[in-house]
Design a protein around this ligand. Structure first.
Ligand code: MTE
Ligand code: LUZ
Ligand code: MOS
Length: 768
């Protein structure tokens, strides 16, 4: 078997040797020019004038372009078309690109672009910066959404009113910068007869192709977009690589020279959006066991100046408020607040984490009020397997394994004994407090936009027996190409080394979806399998015709082919098939079955299946300084029958630490008057480092196949584990709760920075 086994990432040896080619490593063509963007120094207003002659006079500058230079539409919006490439007169956020400088060198372009602060005359208006402000003004980027399920007469409010206990409150969760190591970059090369070839670091080459074609007033067939790999995407290159692809292409077209646009890290922070911060208002009814009987929740996100993917992000947030819990009566309302900030976008989890952390925070608060272990309250609310198993959006949960996952993790992590030990430690330790928390997850797999759930692939078997695979997915470090190559090798019964995967290219597979929603291997793996299966069947028919027996009896394994009692080399079979004029290449296609979604009612089956997992974290908090440490984390995660356990464990570990950063150290601060993002570099924006990994980090995969017919019964693994570090946040909350003898519910916001921890401790002490 070539699937189900651990093997290194197909480019690992190139990554570690610095030999993997990223866009900036492509040798530059003669005549290449460099681009930098002039950014608005004001968050909201009207552009009055721009003295661009001053910019043009700078050394090395070849041209300065504005919106007027775009031959087609000045729009790089994805889904909703409300996103100008360059400012059209209305200033929407501080950092918005207003003009593009094209110069002989990158340094010259950047120096000239930096004149933006001096040459732009803007009539400034006060900006709207927070989700609360936008909500108060009913200013949204997409219409409000409502997900309602009523089991009780009168719905959620009636259920809350009747419930034995009631909890009302608010909660704040911050945004997060993707911080891909390779920043946004595009290199556009004009081709003959109106052609344009764009090398772009993007999760979505097809979308880039469309945006560039529209901007240049060309057709899709004029534009080729190619990406061998990204140095990380994390959702940040799903739609937002578009602006840079368009600017580079517009400049290349206008000047008829190759143009490269590579952002500086600070500019990347100032221009592009990130994970949406959320603000919640909730009203909950619950019983003595902590079971949630009714929930009415407002979720308000900071969408930024345009829609981008904020609508689908909010849909996923609303569809993940249930997490692993059955909620009979809910009324959930999603508001995507329009603010004068960068346009927020996809980030690992795509609103799912923001939806699920709200119910987790509520359950934690309910447990504190009842004086019960939060794990007991969580368990009391779990989805059942045959009843209590319909989600608020009316999808039946048929694959629930949350009970098994949690039971196994409770045992392997020694949860019960450690809960005791933590209590004992805290009883004797007035300053340092320990905290422990176990949090489960359930995450829906499929794009919540149905037609995105399709993929194509192209497999070539050359007549020397070597194999080349191309598919619509993109490689961003997650190991997609490795998994797809494994699937093809398995299907043709050949060694992994025989299969080579090439760059994603819009001229090879057309009309692809973003590599997103964790569906890369599910979709492209199936499409590549389909292509490989067709070639195998043709080879089998050919070789059976020579040696006897039926095509169905031919076995492909270990680079050999068994037919009618003989064993032939795979190469020899391929060579024979070529002589027989058998087609040795094939396309393949896949569309996820069984999906349905009514956008207006927010009901249907948006997900093919669910991925599950759970984590236990133990922390130590210094209650005088707010400093803390993760002492130990235990994870059990469901990747179905993993295609490659080593890659999947890498994804789980990476997502855990990345999610921990979101919930603890990564804080975004916009200046309350000017609207300037103050945390626009690693000096002030703190992502986790190797030192933040816990000294004990036990990560295991749950053993069990996907109940749906996914590729080799595996499950998507890219995003779901981002929810695992909720356990870190709630362990910190548990330690703070210990300060008040667990009699006061800590008002802790995320990220739980040391400042936030101290402020929660102060509040707990005051109330205790
Ligand atoms: N892993 C690495 N190393 N780099 C990335 O950029 N992106 C994540 C996840 N894991 C990412 C990653 C996100 S946001 C998604 S949606 C999935 O990978 C996409 O890839 P997949 O569908 O092939 O899992
Ligand atoms: N839905 C989703 C989407 O669940 N994940 C995504 O990444 C996405 N992207 C675009 C539109 N819908
Ligand atoms: Mo991932 S946020 O779906 O790119």
């Amino acid at each position: 078997a070539r699937v189900g086994i651990s093997r290194p990432h197909e480019s690992a040896h190139l990554h570690v040797a610095g030999e993997a080619t990223y866009i900036d490593d492509i040798p530059e063509l003669q005549g290449t020019l460099h681009c930098a963007l002039g950014l608005s120094p004001v968050a909201k207003g009207t552009l009055k004038s721009a003295d661009l002659d001053k910019v043009k006079a700078m050394p090395g500058v070849v041209a300065v372009l504005t919106a007027a230079d775009i031959p087609g539409s000045n729009d790089c919006g994805s889904i909703v078309h409300d996103d100008p490439i360059l400012c059209d007169g209305e200033i929407r956020y501080l950092g918005q690109p207003v003009f593009a400088v094209i110069a002989e060198s990158r340094d010259q372009a950047r120096r000239a672009a930096a004149l933006a602060r001096q040459v732009l005359q803007i009539d400034a208006l006060p900006p709207v910066l927070t989700p609360q402000q936008a909500h108060a003004q009913q200013q949204y980027v997409v219409p409000p959404m409502h997900l309602v399920r009523s089991s009780t007469e009168g719905g959620a409010q009636a259920a809350i009113a009747k419930a034995p206990h009631r909890l009302q409150g608010t909660f704040d969760v911050g945004g997060q910068e993707q911080f891909y190591l390779e920043g946004q970059i595009s290199y556009a090369v004009p081709k003959e007869n109106d052609g344009m070839h764009v090398h772009c670091s993007t999760q979505h080459p097809t979308e880039m192709q469309h945006l560039v074609a529209h901007a240049l007033k060309l057709h899709a067939h004029h534009v080729q977009v190619e990406c061998r790999r990204m140095g990380g995407g994390f959702g940040g290159k799903e739609s937002q690589s578009g602006l840079f692809a368009c600017v580079a292409a517009v400049a290349a077209k206008k000047l008829n020279r190759p143009v490269k646009l590579r952002l500086d890290r600070d500019d990347d922070f100032m221009i592009t959006g990130r994970r949406h911060c959320f603000w919640y208002e909730y009203d909950i009814g619950y019983d003595d066991e902590g079971r949630i009987l009714g929930a009415e929740v407002n979720m308000v996100s900071r969408a930024g100046h345009s829609a981008d993917l904020s609508g689908p992000v909010m849909t996923r947030a609303l569809c993940h408020f249930d997490n692993a819990y059955w909620l009979p009566d809910v009324a959930l309302h999603g508001f995507s607040g329009k603010t004068n900030t960068q346009s927020n976008t996809a980030f690992r989890g795509f609103g799912g984490p923001q939806g699920a952390i709200a119910i987790e925070n509520i359950l934690d608060a309910v447990a504190r009020r009842l004086g019960r272990d939060p794990l007991a309250v969580r368990r009391a609310n779990f989805y059942g397997t045959t009843e209590r198993n319909v989600t608020p959006y009316e999808q039946t949960v048929t694959d629930n394994i949350v009970h098994e996952v949690v039971d196994q993790l409770v045992a392997s992590s020694d949860y019960t004994a450690r809960r005791e030990a933590v209590a004992q430690f805290n009883a004797g330790s007035p300053v340092l407090k320990r905290g422990l928390a176990l949090v489960p997850l359930k995450f829906g797999i499929s794009f919540n936009v149905k037609h995105f759930n399709q993929a194509g692939a192209l497999v070539h078997v050359y007549n020397d027996g070597s194999i080349l695979v191309n598919h619509g997915g993109t490689e961003m470090g997650q190991g997609l190409n490795t998994k797809v190559a494994q699937v093809v090798a398995h299907e043709l019964g050949v060694s992994f080394e025989r299969v080579r995967v090439t760059a994603t290219d819009t001229q090879k597979v057309a009309n692809t979806s973003a590599t997103a929603a964790s569906t890369g291997a599910d979709l492209n793996g199936k499409a590549a399998q389909d292509a490989a299966r067709q070639i195998r069947e043709r080879l089998a028919a050919c070789i059976a015709a020579h040696h006897g027996g039926t095509a169905e009896e031919v076995v492909f394994a270990n680079d050999e082919v068994q037919v009618a009692g003989r064993t032939l080399r795979f190469d020899a079979v391929v060579a024979q098939a070529y002589l027989d004029r058998v087609q040795l290449w094939s396309d393949g296609f896949y569309a996820t079955p069984g999906l349905s979604w009514d956008r207006d009612k927010m009901k249907g089956r948006p997900f093919y299946y669910f991925a599950y997992g759970a984590a236990v974290s133990e922390v130590l908090v210094d209650t005088l300084t707010g400093e803390w440490k993760l002492l130990r984390a235990d994870v059990l995660h469901d990747a179905g029958r993993s295609l490659n356990p080593a890659l999947d464990i890498g994804q789980v570990e990476g997502a855990f630490i990345q999610g921990m950063g979101w919930l603890t150290t990564e804080e975004l601060v916009w200046h309350p008057q000017t609207g300037k993002l103050m945390t626009h570099a690693p000096s002030t924006y703190k992502i986790p480092t190797a030192n933040d990994c816990p000294p004990v980090f036990n990560v295991r995969l749950f053993d069990g196949p996907n109940r749906e017919d996914s590729i080799h019964r595996s499950k998507a693994v890219g995003e779901p584990p981002l929810l695992l570090p909720f356990s870190v946040f709630f362990a910190i909350r548990d330690a703070i709760s210990a300060v008040g003898g667990h009699r006061v519910d800590p008002p802790l916001r995320a990220p739980a920075t040391s400042e936030a921890i101290l402020s929660a401790i102060t509040a707990v002490k005051a109330a205790a």
